[in-house]
Design a protein around this ligand. Sequence first.
Ligand SMILES: Cc1cc2nc3c(=O)[nH]c(=O)nc-3n(C[C@H](O)[C@H](O)[C@H](O)COP(=O)(O)OP(=O)(O)OC[C@H]3O[C@@H](n4cnc5c(N)ncnc54)[C@H](O)[C@@H]3O)c2cc1C
Length: 512
Amino acid sequence: MEPGTTYDLLIVGGGINGAGIARDAAGRGLAVALCEQGDFASATSSASSKLIHGGLRYLEHGELRMVRHALSEREALLAIAPHISHQLRFVLPHVRELRPAWMIRLGLLLYDHLGARSSLPSSQAVDLQTSRYGDALKPELRKGFVYSDGWIDDARLVILNLRSASLHGATLFPRTRFITAHPEHRAWAARLQSTDGRWIDVRARVLVNAAGPWVDEVLSATSATPTRPRVRLVKGSHIVVQRLYEGDHAYLLQNDDRRVVFVIPFGSNHTLIGTTDLAVNSPLTPMTISPPEVEYLCKASTRYLRKPVSPQQMVWSYAGVRALFNDHHQDPSSVTRDYTLALDQVHGSTVLSILGGKLTVYRRLAEAALAKLKPWLEPSRGTWTASEPLPGGAVGAGGMKGLSEELCGRHPGVPAALVHALARRHGTLTDAVLRGVHNEADLGIHFGAQLFEREVEYLIRHEWVQTGDDVLWRRTKAGLDMSAAERSRLDEYVRERVSRQGLDPSPARGGG
Ligand SMILES: Cc1cc2nc3c(=O)[nH]c(=O)nc-3n(C[C@H](O)[C@H](O)[C@H](O)COP(=O)(O)OP(=O)(O)OC[C@H]3O[C@@H](n4cnc5c(N)ncnc54)[C@H](O)[C@@H]3O)c2cc1C
């Protein structure tokens, strides 16, 4: 965009909701700018359980509409992002005192049929004494149920949406904070500030407030002051331990407090256990897990698993804040997980705030946001994101297996295990990562855990990487399998490389 031009949309927040709206809008020919105060996906959108699911437990809260929408979105995401997602079988051990079997069976039947159509296997009852699904569980657990859901790499989902937005012409400002906006002739004059202190002025017809936990603060900075907070902040934490069991299935474990805890395979060598639900007052609350939360998760899994889980086993943890639409429920676990789109007018200028939502429904939320903004925008086409694969996602009829085989054939000098790992992050773009690589030496420095200089360079060039953490915990999860020394070597490399190149952090393009 030329300096001085007016964007159709200025989106505040580079989490999944901001990224999804940016992609959808840019693909419809709208002029889009997006700013993110930190690294993209550095807040809630990299701290989720990484499930694309309807949310079996929300059926109990009567959220049928939300579950139905989420189940159909699960299907759409598995199709447009097959490289960073996969289906997952969940095992739900039956404990009579917690929920009767008929209730679970009924819930699962509903879950199987609520979405319009499902490519995933249906639920079934299972004898845990004879099935492999029972191997990791305490021997006294006899009966269980198995059902299907989906898994997705949340942080990569954000990055791929932003890459797509950028390819459609969006201007992205990473590490750039929205400071304020003033209404001006039915548009907004906004001030942004990048982490290196530079001020950036942007004019936009409409402001989209996708600041997640900071949504109320951003709204206040536009002089649209809601009388009471529109979101409730609920912290959720996860722990990661060395792999607890064989098999690629997950567990859904019921707790006495009527909550459920997920136990999910995480990469090849680890197991993820989450989550907690704790009300917090501010997005600035330190986002680290507390000792009582660790205890809670260990206790919930030890109740069911053959091998006890103790806090000493924890190798990593992360925490994030759900910004839930404030429906004034007392219990944090009962607050609706559905989203609300709130329009405010300030002296004739429009701001749309995204309240609540789930990773799973981000695409649909983006469509709803653009439908709501129709009176102020003139898109050149209609909805399009349901069937257009995300970058790297057009894997072809052979699916991921076929793609991996083709890639191994095209890159015979690269170890097959590395090609598979790259395909799971980059899909068809693996060819771009490996361009000109003929043998292992061409991959450059090995930082550990299958992470080579070649991929790091690609991430710096195309995925807005500025620090080691961006690579270790968001663009990849290589940090989990690397030593502290390896991680700090990578961080030094990235920082040195970024400063040597004098890469301008904003605005940035992720195409190519
Ligand atoms: C523990 C936990 C588990 C979850 N598990 C799942 C799950 O398994 N499946 C699922 O579907 N959903 C899950 N969710 C919900 C899902 O993660 C969130 O709904 C989603 O990530 C919210 O995305 P967002 O873009 O609204 O917010 P965020 O990802 O928080 O993005 C908002 C962004 O705005 C930026 N920002 C704020 N203020 C400013 C400013 N002034 N200037 C510039 N940028 C600013 C922030 O830095 C942030 O990156 C989970 C949530 C939590 C907390």
